[in-house]
Each structure stands twice: as structure tokens, then as C-alpha cells.
Design a protein around this ligand. Structure first.
Ligand SMILES: Nc1ncnc2c1ncn2[C@@H]1O[C@H](COP(=O)(O)OP(=O)(O)OP(=O)(O)O)[C@@H](O)[C@H]1O
Length: 228
């Protein structure tokens, strides 16, 4: 079997609040392999976003080990973490966070350019991604000129355009009606599979969770396997 793209060992996350310490993650172990789509469910406040933020090196865990693409990230400097994140991880959020004044093409090309690719190369890759997500006719449109489902597919194209090994999605269809939600999830699933990307998707949508390869629930700070 191939090695995991994402490996979490004993990951802990505690927030200090006025009401005291909140132990949200209490020792999370998880491996996600290339080409598999893993679901993360759990009630609101159970720590799904905290787990995704730790896995994507957006926030440091209080304890535990995070390895991306076989590399232990716990001792990296802030700069090295950013570099690792840009080269290895793509994010999709509930709200697309597209830049409103830029076209779909520019939105999708931007992360690759920030990561150091030339403009021409980044735009070419962006165009291919948008076409693969069925958005060939929307390339020059700005987000405000597109439907919610189209905007979210642009966000998926943006997350994948830089060929990440890991895709982290936080309620990627949470803002869509059921029909759009299913279509957008299908697009995300197909692209992750086709590209051999390891995907970890947090969702409240149990209907979508049924289609994931494995599903875990967060309960009292621990991952509980729901289905293998
Ligand atoms: N920066 C922070 N400071 C203090 N508490 C926080 C912080 N971020 C998250 N929390 C708390 O940690 C808990 C877990 O939050 P998190 O957003 O990870 O849950 P979630 O499962 O993603 O929730 P939802 O499904 O509503 O998005 C919540 O009780 C939240 O209020």
C-alpha cells in the first residue's frame, strides 16, 4: 500500500477561553491515502474545522505529530509551513472566498502564481481545471456573475489547480441546495479520484457522507470510525 499523504498522531488542540480551557481535539490519529475521499462528521462545535486547520498547517496543534507527504511538519518554521502548505494542500470552504473583482480564470490561477509559477503556466493550468469542472463557458466571468454551484466549482478548481496532494474541504456544499450540493460533491469526488489526491471532507450532510470511501465522526475530541 502507498504511504499516507496525511498522517496525524496524537493531535491535540486546546483553546483557552474565558470559561476555561476547551479541549477540542484530544489525541487524534488518522491516515489519509492518495486517491481516497475520507469524510469527517460530527455535530457543530465538535472540532471538524479545528482538525482541518491543524492538518492543513493553518494552525499549530498543542501536541501531536502532523506529517504531510511523509514529512514531519511539527518542527518546521512558520515560513517552511507556509511553503509546505502552498505546495501540498488545497482548501475548499463552505463559502467560496473567491475574489469578486477577478475572473474565474484569475481566481484559479492565483494560488499557483503565489506558489511561484509563471503567469502563463498558471493560467493554462487554471483553464484546464475550469474546463474539467464544466466551466468552459464561465472562464472570464466574475464570481458575482455565476450561480452558487458554479462559484463553488471555481473554488474546487482553485484548490486543485496547483496539483496538491491533499485536499481539505470544510462543508464544501453547505451553502447549496440539495441538487447543487450533490453535483458539486460529485465533481469534487471525481476530480480527487482521478488525480490521486487524498481528500478529507468535513460535512453535516449524511447523504454525501454515504458516498465517501471512509467516514469518521468526532466525538469528545476523538475520531470514531463510522464506516470502512
Ligand atoms: N479560536 C478559537 N478560540 C476559542 N474557541 C474556539 C476557537 N476556534 C474554535 N473554537 C471552539 O472550538 C470548538 C470546535 O470548533 P470547530 O469550529 O472546530 O467545530 P466544528 O465541528 O467545525 O463546528 P461547525 O460544524 O459548527 O463548523 C467550538 O466549541 C468552538 O467554539
Amino acid at each position: 500500500m502507498s504511504s499516507p499523504v496525511l498522517a496525524l498522531r496524537g493531535v491535540e488542540r486546546t483553546y483557552v477561553t474565558e470559561a476555561g480551557a476547551l479541549n477540542v481535539l484530544r489525541g487524534v490519529d488518522l491516515d489519509v491515502y492518495p486517491g481516497e475521499v475520507v469524510g469527517l462528521i460530527g455535530p457543530s462545535g465538535s472540532g471538524k474545522s479545528s482538525l482541518l486547520h491543524a492538518a492543513g498547517l493553518l494552525e499549530k496543534p498543542n501536541a501531536g505529530l502532523i506529517a504531510l507527504d511523509g514529512r514531519d511538519c511539527s518542527k518546521l518554521s512558520e515560513r517552511q509551513r507556509t511553503k509546505m502548505r502552498l505546495s501540498t494542500v488545497g482548501f475548499v470552504y463552505q463559502f467560496h472566498h473567491l475574489l469578486p473583482e477577478f475572473s474565474a480564470l484569475d481566481n484559479v490561477a492565483m494560488p499557483a502564481m503565489i506558489a511561484g509559477k509563471g503567469r502563463g503556466e498558471a493560467r493554462e493550468a487554471a483553464q484546464v481545471m475550469l474546463e474539467q469542472l464544466g466551466l468552459a463557458q464561465r472562464i472570464e466571468h466574475q464570481p458575482g456573475q455565476m450561480s452558487g454551484g458554479e462559484q463553488q466549482r471555481v473554488a474546487i478548481a482553485r484548490a486543485l489547480a496547483n496539483s496538491p496532494k491533499l485536499l481539505l474541504a470544510d462543508e464544501p456544499t453547505g451553502n447549496l441546495d440539495p441538487a447543487n450540493s450533490a453535483a458539486v460533491f460529485q465533481a469534487l469526488y471525481d476530480q480527487a479520484r482521478k488525480r490521486g489526491v487524498a481528500a478529507l471532507i468535513a460535512t453535516h450532510n449524511m447523504e454525501l457522507a454515504r458516498y465517501m470511501d471512509r467516514v469518521f465522526a468526532l466525538k469528545d475530541g476523538h475520531l470514531v470510525a463510522q464506516r470502512f
